[in-house]
Design a protein around this ligand. Structure first.
Ligand code: 5GP
Length: 185
C-alpha cells in the first residue's frame, strides 16, 4: 500500500477555506481525511465536540500538549489550537491524504517536523474583501474580528513561505487550483 501524504492548508480567517475544503471533502470523501483539531475556544452555534473540533478546557489542552500529544499547536486570537498527532500518523501510514487546516505558526512547525508535507496558502483577493467577508459572517465579536484581521495581515505577508498560493476570488477556479495542488503537483 502506498504511503499517504500530509497537506497543510493555511489562510486568514474569513478567506473561505472552510467552504473550499468542505467542497473538496464532498468530492473525495474516501480519499481525504480531515484532521479534527483541539481548541480552547468556545463552540460557535452549530459546532459539535468531535466534529468541528475537540473543545477542551485550557488545563486539558495544556496537559495533553505537555505530554507531546500534538503534532503542532499555536495560540490564535487568545485561544489554543492543536493537531492531535496519533490519528494523523496512523492515517498516513494507511495511505490516506490527511488535510490540516491550521494557522501560520502551526504550518511553520509542520514544515520543520514533517518536511514532506505540502503546504498550500489560500489568500483573499484583497484585505478589504477579507474584512467585509469577516463582518458579513457575523459569527465573531468586533474584538475578535480586529484580532483576526491583524493575524490575517501577518499571514498574507508570509504567503511566499508556502509551496502554492491560491487566491480565492472565484470559488470554482480556486477549487480547480486546490485539486491540482493536492493531487497532481
Ligand atoms: P476558528 O476559530 O475560526 O475555527 O480558527 C481560527 C484559526 O485557527 C484558523 O486560522 C484555523 O486555521 C486555525 N486552526 C484550527 N485548528 C488548528 C490547529 O490544530 N492548529 C493550528 N495551529 N491552527 C489551527
Amino acid at each position: 500500500m502506498s504511503e499517504g501524504k500530509l497537506i497543510v492548508v493555511t489562510g486568514p480567517s474569513g478567506v473561505g477555506k472552510g467552504t473550499l475544503l468542505q467542497k473538496l471533502l464532498d468530492r473525495y470523501p474516501d480519499r481525504i481525511l480531515f484532521s479534527i483539531s483541539a481548541t480552547t475556544r468556545s463552540p460557535r452555534a452549530g459546532e459539535e465536540h468531535g466534529r468541528e473540533y475537540f473543545f477542551w478546557s485550557r488545563a486539558e489542552f495544556e496537559q495533553k500538549r505537555d505530554a507531546g500529544a500534538f503534532l503542532e499547536w499555536a495560540e490564535y486570537a487568545g485561544n489554543l489550537y492543536g493537531t492531535p498527532r496519533q490519528a494523523i500518523v496512523e492515517a498516513i501510514a494507511l495511505g490516506q491524504i490527511v488535510l490540516l487546516e491550521i494557522e501560520l505558526e502551526g504550518a511553520r512547525q509542520v514544515a520543520q517536523s514533517f518536511p514532506s508535507a505540502k503546504r498550500i496558502f489560500i489568500a483573499p483577493p484583497s484585505m478589504e474583501v477579507l474584512e467585509s467577508r469577516l463582518r458579513q459572517r457575523s459569527t465573531d465579536s468586533d474584538e475578535q474580528i480586529i484580532k483576526r484581521l491583524h493575524h490575517a495581515e501577518l499571514e498574507v505577508a508570509a504567503a511566499n513561505e508556502f509551496d502554492v498560493t491560491i487566491v480565492n476570488d472565484n470559488l470554482e477556479i480556486a477549487m480547480q487550483q486546490l485539486e491540482k495542488a493536492m493531487f497532481h503537483d
